[in-house]
Design a binder for this molecule. Structure first.
Ligand code: NAD
Length: 514
């Protein structure tokens, strides 16, 4: 496995001996002071990197740097901050292939998907650059004569970004590129499973900052550490906003801690995404969307299709076609051209998948195809599986859980209203889709009585969102929105200003106080 991409990116210089630095602020570059851990490639289990966990005590020093950086960044005009992000986007363009290789090595994504993730970073840079000239508020009529009222949006403060292993670059980019144009220094705590991706992004940003002396280096900072560090970040008053992406268990812990100090959290947590396939659907279109949504990224997307809610009249034929299509999916090394399904992230993930399939069988499910480990024609040491299709009742308890692996449960419905009820009956609320040729069904699905998810698509699969829209979900998915639309407001504070340009001091609501 080639690590030359790290050399090209300059990441291999970010270490002392064999241990990579865990605290990087542009000014401070230090080894972690906690226990040692190694990150492995899901491709073959090989050790890719060794780190020492950065400790909560080290966070105190970084916090001081972030606060100083904020004092400078908040006064730099937003279009100049946009210039910083524009140049970061250009640098990411230049090294797109190398960055994608780091994603494939650490997260096991097939090359086209890894390139797609870097492209999301590039695209969100373009979006954020435009936004840097549109951080505008409202002008509001005052009820008092000789007064004017307006809203302004100001930088919020240092923002902590805690990320999951499965989108090691895009999630940081969604938060960081917008946060930077909004005037906030960004501290990234990446997943312990993908720390080199964080160093690669840090290197790209610092290459740019080196040529912009007015920008404090610490505005792009990284601390690499485990859950203890994540908990310390959530508890730290330095961060008015903690943006955390990962499991619902993690989100609950972060939300409680941040709320305890009356901070804000932006949560992007687990999904249990569903697609309704109506008896009117264009099944050729649906088939392609189902296979990509359910088996793509080896089922390790937050938006992966996990529940297929099919009209009872078409289910048998559809499942037969799906099983055939699944049979031709090439499972194997993500860096070999033509493979479509790469490895699971690690053995723990494989074990959780097997346990879920066993539970599904005990709860009345029938495995139509897949689920088994693939050992031939794949690198030894990786955990490769054939994506599974399971027919099961919609109310089997396992169907209501997110198993972060390629298992698609096929459920049936009789009426469209029932399909929507089934779609909404799980605790998660991220992504959903309907395949239908009926305008009434499509509109009902998107209406207040329709899908309760943050994403509700018509004749498009559940995975693969565009950066221009606000991304996120409801219920146990956490309620956060990132990336496009008005998500930039998360990274700013709003102030309402009232100006009296008259000679009197009239009080609101006509109150007389004399
Ligand atoms: P995870 O929850 O195990 O870890 C995510 C991050 O949280 C890591 O950086 C980890 O160190 C940190 N962490 C764990 N416990 C913590 C705590 N108590 N306090 C602070 N930080 C803590 O998740 P994972 O296995 O890396 O990722 C998979 C999960 O992420 C899935 O549930 C998936 O659906 C979800 N996800 C959601 C989205 C979304 O946008 N909704 C996107 C990607 C992934």
């Amino acid at each position: 496995m080639s690590l030359t991409c790290l050399e090209t990116l300059g990441v291999n210089t970010l270490k002392q001996g064999d241990t990579f630095y865990s605290v990087l602020t542009g000014n401070t570059v230090a080894l972690g002071e906690g226990s040692t851990f190694s990150a492995h490639s899901p491709i073959d289990g090989a050790t890719l990197s060794t780190f020492n966990n950065a400790t909560p005590a080290q966070l105190d020093k970084v916090n001081a740097e972030l606060k100083d950086a904020f004092k400078v960044l908040r006064t730099i005009p937003a279009p100049r901050r946009g210039e910083l992000v524009r140049r970061i986007g250009d640098e990411a363009r230049k090294y797109k292939n190398e960055l994608a290789q780091v994603i494939s090595l650490e997260a096991g994504k097939i090359v086209p998907e890894a390139l797609g993730e870097v492209q999301e970073w590039i695209d969100v840079c373009d979006f954020a650059v435009g936004q840097s000239r549109m951080l505008h508020g409202l002008s509001i009529v005052s009820e008092r004569p000789g007064h004017r009222m307006m809203e302004q949006w100001h930088p919020l403060g240092p923002v902590a970004v805690i990320t999951a292993f499965n989108f090691p670059m895009a999630v940081w980019a969604w938060n960081a590129m917008l946060g930077l144009v909004c005037g906030d220094p960004i501290l990234l705590k990446p997943s312990e499973k993908a720390p080199l991706c964080a160093l690669a992004m840090y290197q790209i940003a610092q290459n740019v900052i080196a040529d912009m002396p007015d920008i404090p280096k610490a505005v792009v900072s990284v601390m690499i550490g485990d859950r203890d560090l994540g908990e310390a970040i959530a508890a730290s008053e330095t961060f008015p906003l903690v943006s955390a992406t990962g499991s619902t268990v993690m989100g609950r812990a972060v939300a409680k801690t941040v709320a305890g100090r009356l901070g804000r959290s932006l949560l992007e947590l687990g999904g249990n995404n569903a697609m309704i396939v109506s008896d009117t659907a264009d099944l050729d279109l649906a088939l392609r969307a189902i296979v990509f949504s359910a088996a793509g990224t080896a089922g390790q997307r937050c938006t992966t299709l996990r529940r297929l809610i099919t009209h009872e009249s078409i289910v048998d034929g559809l499942v037969e076609r799906l099983a055939k299509s699944y049979g031709s999916l090439r499972v194997g090394s993500p860096i070999v051209e033509g493979n479509l399904v790469g490895p699971l992230i690690d053995e723990g993930s494989f074990n959780r998948m097997q346990a879920a399939l066993d539970t599904a069988k005990k709860q009345g499910g029938e495995i139509v195809c897949g689920g088994e480990r693939v050992t031939e024609g794949v690198p030894a040491g990786g955990f490769y599986v054939r994506p599974a299709i399971v027919r099961i009742a919609h109310d089997a308890p396992i169907v209501h859980e997110e198993t972060f692996a390629p298992i698609m449960y096929v459920l049936t419905y009789k009426t469209f209203e029932e399909a929507i009820e089934i779609q909404n009956e799980v605790p998660q609320g991220l992504s959903s889709a309907v395949f239908t040729e009926s305008m009434r069904e499509a509109e009902l699905f998107m209406s207040p009585a329709g899908s309760d998810c943050g994403i509700a698509n018509v004749n498009i699969g559940t995975s693969g969102a565009e950066i221009g829209g606000a991304f996120g979900g409801e219920k146990e998915t956490g309620g956060g929105r990132e990336s496009g639309s008005d998500a930039w407001r998360n990274y700013m504070r709003r102030t309402t200003n009232t100006v009296n340009y008259g000679g009197d001091l009239p009080l609101a609501q006509g109150i007389v106080f004399e």
